[in-house]
Design a protein around this ligand. Structure first.
Ligand SMILES: [Cu+2]
Length: 138
């Protein structure tokens, strides 16, 4: 009897967890904003770099940018991931939201020249391989 109760609780817990993870409006990655007006007169430094995060890899893993950091992060795998930037001291300097498969977000940050870590802040994901480096030039 005890084990029966315990296992039904477990099923409930698993169901609740799975439910929150899968229910979502079908927001596709295809809805492009298309509002960016290219203007040569304004800051030419914001060059966007595309990053694909997928279970459990980051591509590319090592990035170098000059000027403003602008990363177009796309999740191409079934596991939710974010991309977070931290410095040597462990201070978080920017992050995307948690992206589901097919979602994307552009992460911009104005960082001093230096080397930073890119990683997913969800538990265990960094050690599983969602980790890379970001070198910011002047
Ligand atoms: Cu992750």
């Amino acid at each position: 009897m005890k084990t029966l109760i315990a296992s039904s609780l477990l099923v409930l817990a698993v169901a609740a967890c799975g439910g929150s993870g899968t229910s979502s409006a079908p927001i596709g990655g295809s809805a492009s904003a298309g509002a960016a007006v290219p203007s040569a007169a304004t800051s030419p430094a914001a060059e966007t770099t595309a990053i694909v995060v997928k279970d459990f890899t980051l591509d590319p893993k090592d990035l170098s940018v000059d000027g403003t950091v602008s990363l177009a992060v796309a999740n191409d795998g079934p596991t939710i991931h974010n991309i977070t930037i931290r410095d040597d001291a462990g201070t978080v300097l920017g992050a995307t939201k948690d992206l589901k498969e097919g979602e994307s977000e552009t992460l911009t940050a104005d960082l001093p020249a230096g080397t930073y870590v890119l990683f997913c802040s969800l538990p265990g994901h960094e050690s599983l391989g969602i980790k890379g480096s970001l070198t910011v030039g002047s």
